[in-house]
Design a protein. Structure first.
Length: 444
């Protein structure tokens, strides 16, 4: 009889295999260099870093951000293709203003792991400009300077960037995007902050959440606009640029604010964005369906490696928030429900699929079943085919066809079921290796 530990490990391997097949079938994560994910750990039930690494590999994600310098994570991620951003906790800023302390911190928290662990960035604090402890602002730039100086002394400055993620609350104006400007009370420190970024060629990181704007004003803000769904969008009256989603408008507002401070050449990256799958009664829009739509649409846009309307030819790097639901985070219910996954490796919200497992523990025995309770969302009909074998995995792509052609069987390929989006996955089990299966998505 298998031990409980072995059974749990086998289950996780099967779930990882399931998601590997799922996302490869979608081509969602394939070669999306601009996509990363936030790996928060404010929870008491998360899988160990070794299992997390398996999941990241399965999802084809090669960029991650953690909110500390957890040595177990840094060690586990060594000799992998994961580019990692680590974080200096807010409470450490005052100490690290001292250059000797900063050198000691880099020597003990960064140098022992690099280059085996591909640390590409250090986030000095998180949302310091809007933290309840306003004294932290005075420590931010000195701490960043000290850490960068320590990286120079240890020969790491050419490999590791230093920045600090900001919330959109640093902006006094964000609509229309061309009116973007920083709060006047931040001008002096923001000038120093931007000067540091320009001098060290580091990006301006922003935590951008269209969800908050919609939650606070659902009667005036279009849900389709914030979810990247098809919509009329808005045209900036000054630049005449068209925006079909709020996230890109928020990024461009930050770019305009930065330019107004005299730093037009800085790159803006999204250090956090996401959508909660659950919330309190007053957290309008925090639903499973909206979370699924937002994250799927982000992934689709990332596949295009596109920029914003203001910088269409500059790829926008985005880090999704977050990998897991975190059950120990304080605050409203939504704070604990931003994860794409539950701690056991299953999806946190229903995307029209349920995973099942086989008693056989080999990865090839993973199977997928279709959920019948998923709400219909699609507006188009798609046909998708997928061929899986032990040595080859390839997809035939998505092709739109008339609904009349998908009833019953088409060319000997049976219809398997309906999904809640243009998503198609397949029964992949040991007995059907090398056998083509297909799934038709039926529109309303």
């Amino acid at each position: 009889m298998d031990s409980p530990l072995r059974s749990t490990t086998s289950l996780f391997q099967i779930l990882v295999t399931f998601f590997l097949l799922f996302f490869l079938g979608l081509n969602m994560f394939k070669e999306v260099e601009s996509l990363g994910i936030n790996y928060g750990q404010v929870a008491n039930n998360l899988p160990p870093p070794e299992k997390v690494l398996q999941l990241l590999h399965a999802l084809k994600i090669t960029k991650a951000r953690i909110y500390d310098t957890n040595p177990q994570v840094l060690t586990t991620f060594a000799n992998t293709n994961i580019e990692l951003i680590v974080t200096v906790e807010n409470q450490m800023l005052a100490t690290l203003c001292d250059q000797q302390q900063a050198l000691q911190w880099v020597t003990s928290h960064i140098r022992p792991y690099f280059p085996a662990t591909n640390i590409t960035g250090i986030a000095v604090g998180n949302e310091i400009f809007t933290d309840e402890n306003m004294s932290l602002m005075t420590y931010l730039v000195p701490a960043m300077v000290s850490i960068h100086t320590a990286l120079v002394k240890t020969g790491l400055s050419q490999y590791i960037q230093v920045s600090s993620p900001n919330s959109l609350a640093v902006l006094a104006n964000s609509y229309p995007p061309s009116a973007g400007s920083f709060r006047t009370d931040l001008n002096e420190i923001m000038q120093q902050f931007l000067q540091f970024l320009a001098t060290t060629k580091s990006p301006f990181w922003i935590n951008a959440y269209p969800y908050f704007a919609y939650k606070d004003n659902p009667n005036k803000i279009s849900l389709d606009y914030v979810l990247f769904n098809s919509n009329e969008g808005m045209i900036d009256p000054y630049t005449k640029l068209h925006y079909d989603n709020m996230l890109y408008a928020q990024v461009d507002a930050a770019l305009f604010a930065i330019a107004r401070m005299g730093f037009n050449g800085l790159e803006v990256k999204i250090s956090e964005t996401g959508w909660p799958s659950k919330g309190d009664t007053n957290e309008i829009g925090a639903t499973l369906q909206n979370a699924a739509i937002y994250n799927r649409n982000i992934l689709r846009r990332q596949l295009l490696n596109e920029g914003t309307p203001l910088r269409p030819n500059v790829r926008l790097d985005i880090y999704l928030f977050a990998l897991f639901n975190e059950d120990m985070k304080p605050g409203p219910t939504s704070e604990r429900n931003y994860g794409l996954f539950q701690p056991d490796g299953t999806m946190a919200y229903n995307v029209g699929l349920l995973s099942t497992t086989s008693s056989n523990t080999e990865p090839a025995s993973a199977s997928i079943s279709l959920a019948s309770s998923a709400p219909p969302l699609v507006r188009k009909t798609y046909y998708f085919k997928f061929i899986y074998s032990q040595t080859n995995m390839s997809s035939g792509g998505m092709v739109e066809i008339p609904p009349s052609l998908i009833r019953g069987e088409k060319n000997g390929i049976s219809k398997l079921g309906e999904l809640d989006d243009d998503v198609c996955v397949f029964l992949v089990a040991k007995q059907v290796l090398n056998e083509m299966k297909a799934c038709n998505i039926k529109a309303n």
